[in-house]
Ligand binder design. Structure first.
Ligand code: CO
Length: 215
């Protein structure tokens, strides 16, 4: 099984070099991505492929249920490096429907250590409990929580000291909230694109209002 991966790798490297002969040479010297992708670890949601970008084009952080937690040094370090050093112009929080992490959080399944991580998703549900209570019988609580989770993480991201500092010094930086559909490979924009501190609350409320309408 592992040998196959090395074979695949050789074939992939050759194919890219046939198309762009100096591709790896150029990349080896520097990376200059315009995007930071904050996504779920789910194997079905690979950042580069979904948006058709090559190595070097997108800086990526993934964790279970695409969470931006204010005390997560790993996540914060990625954001800081992307904003302060790479000077990315866009950060997208990308959730996906049928997220196993979100489902486990909603169902309250006991898995182990990860339950503590998923507690953050349960907190999102608790914050919006009224929306879940209003949900019609045909409504899907899993997909609702997937969307709300992205919106909350977008706000968390906007509130980090790095993003706040970038906006304060007028550094161009847009934060987006997207959701990916596993069944057709399509990304949806949740229309919570924010590019300055003053917009955070307004855009969040507007996006939340739209979610409430389709319940
Ligand atoms: Co997921």
């Amino acid at each position: 099984m592992i040998d196959l991966l090395f074979e695949n790798n050789k074939a992939w490297s050759l194919a890219i070099q046939q198309e762009i002969p100096d591709f790896f040479e150029r990349l080896a010297n520097q990376q200059n991505p315009d995007y930071l992708w904050m996504g779920c670890s789910d194997s079905r949601v690979p950042a580069n492929q979904i948006v058709g970008l090559l190595p070097g084009d997108i800086f990526v952080h993934r964790n279970i249920a695409n969470l931006v937690i204010h005390t997560d040094l790993n996540c914060l370090s990625v954001i800081q490096y992307a904003v302060d050093v790479l000077k990315v112009k866009h950060i997208m929080v990308v959730g996906h429907y049928n997220c196993g992490g979100v489902k486990a959080a909603l169902d309250g399944v006991e898995i182990g250590l990860v339950d503590n991580w998923l507690r953050h998703v349960q907190d999102v549900k608790q914050k919006h409990i009224a929306l879940f209570e209003q949900l019609s019988t045909e409504g899907d609580p899993y997909n609702l929580l997937c969307k709300l989770n992205v919106m909350e993480q977008v706000v968390n991201l906007c509130q980090t000291t790095m993003v706040q500092a970038a906006w304060k010094k007028q550094q161009p930086l847009m934060v987006h909230g997207w959701i990916y559909q596993l069944n057709d490979g399509i990304l949806q924009d949740l229309e919570i694109t924010i590019q300055k501190t003053e917009e955070v609350s307004m855009k969040y409320k507007a996006a939340l209002g739209k979610v409430a309408i389709i319940l």
